[in-house]
Design a protein around this ligand. Structure first.
Ligand SMILES: Cc1ncc(COP(=O)(O)O)c(C=O)c1O
Length: 363
């Protein structure tokens, strides 16, 4: 039913695209001209529209700010060799947004409306998609509570917004990472698997402490014992142990990354043994000392694959140099090529925006 919903499109009078330096696109700074929005009122989603991106006017008593009903997604669109925008696995992103919504007692957003809206937005903003291989149009769906109310209960109204940002590469160097053995991020039964704002707020203090010591990121560990690896700040984490790849299993405490899932598909397709399991840091360290831990890399939409040059655990540095990044480089290229429409998309991961604005009246 939602594939037929009307989405009103109102264009900006004057695009800002001419003011943007596409040769210098730090991550998260530039926004395109338009955003997709919808409102949840009286128990249903309504007011689906694409409109000029502008600040919202929000009452200080807005519940999202007080009680944290705020969830989001991060995904990418790029141009294929024919110059047509392609979205990467948008169906998985709306599925995860709705899983986050469920845990935070927020309403489901209809998948068909999401796919229709995001395709229209990207088609409308296609001139904003940067052309470099590691550049993209980053898409940021966000859902927040909008009731004005003081007192803890779920909001009755919500807003969904999708913003679009042209971005360059997320990291421009390999990462020096600290295994965190004091603070925790996620716990089974908690909200680690949900992409909810509070998870990132809670991570800031320990992450900044690590940065003050010269690290780029932290690796979170399972609470209490601090023995099993969970994930890195904005990425899942993978290890190559000789010819096998291991990654922490999904326990509900970590984010089920879509890049992680894509990499696991690709590795299994290549016949490389992969294991989703409990990853014991002491075993990693022992394997490193035996020369069997060859590569360590992060997996996430923003960086796709981020090479780890150093993993620090309790006074010991596990260093990896560029000569060892053979598999992670190959994986990064494979995902980039599928995402950019350069090779066969055998799993049907990409979605074209072609035709999304046909028969749409734009005012
Ligand atoms: C905490 C965390 N883990 C993992 C990921 C990787 O997820 P994905 O590959 O879906 O971007 C992200 C990024 O969204 C993240 O914020």
């Amino acid at each position: 039913m939602y594939q037929d919903i009307p989405i009103k499109v109102t264009r900006v009078a004057q695009s800002r695209i001419g003011q943007v330096d596409f040769n210098n696109l730090p991550f998260g700074v530039e926004f395109t001209d338009h955003m997709f929005t919808a409102d949840y009122i009286d128990g249903e989603w309504q007011n689906f529209q694409i409109e000029p991106l502008k600040p919202l006017s929000i009452h200080p008593g807005n519940m999202a700010w007080h009680y944290g009903q705020a969830i989001f997604e991060g995904m990418k669109a790029v141009l294929n060799p024919e110059g047509q925008p392609l979205l990467f696995r948008p169906d998985k992103h709306i599925e995860r947004l709705n899983n986050s919504a469920y845990r935070m007692r927020m309403p489901d957003f209809p998948k068909e409306a999401f796919l229709k809206g995001i395709k229209m937005l990207v088609e409308l903003e296609k001139h904003w998609i940067p052309k470099g291989e590691q550049s993209a149009l980053y898409l940021r769906p966000l859902m927040i509570a909008t009731d004005v109310h003081v007192g803890v209960r779920p909001s009755k109204t919500y807003k969904l917004i999708i913003m679009a940002l042209p971005v360059g590469p997320y990291y421009n160097k390999p990462l020096n990472v600290l295994v965190q053995t004091k603070y925790i991020r996620g716990v089974e039964g908690g909200v680690g698997f949900a992409k909810t704002a509070g998870n990132y707020g809670a991570a800031m203090y320990p992450t900044e402490l690590a940065k003050e010591k010269g690290y780029d990121q932290v690796v979170w560990m399972e609470p209490k014992e601090f023995r099993y690896v969970q994930e890195a700040g904005t990425m899942n984490i993978m290890f190559r142990l000789k010819d096998k790849v291991v990654t922490p299993m999904l326990t509900g405490a970590i984010l089920p990354g879509i890049t992680r899932d894509s990499i696991l598909h690709i590795l299994r397709d290549w016949g490389i043994p992969v294991s989703e399991q409990k990853v014991d840091i002491n075993e990693l360290l022992a394997a490193y000392k035996r020369g069997e831990l060859i590569e360590c890399f992060g997996a996430g939409t923003a960086a796709v694959v981020a090479h780890v040059s150093n993993l620090h655990y309790e006074g010991f540095d596990m260093g990896f140099d560029a000569s060892s990044w053979e598999l992670s480089k190959k994986i990064k290229q494979a995902i980039t090529d599928i995402r950019n429409g350069k090779v066969e998309d055998k799993w049907g991961w990409t979605m074209s925006t072609a035709g999304a604005l046909e028969e749409v009246v734009i005012s």
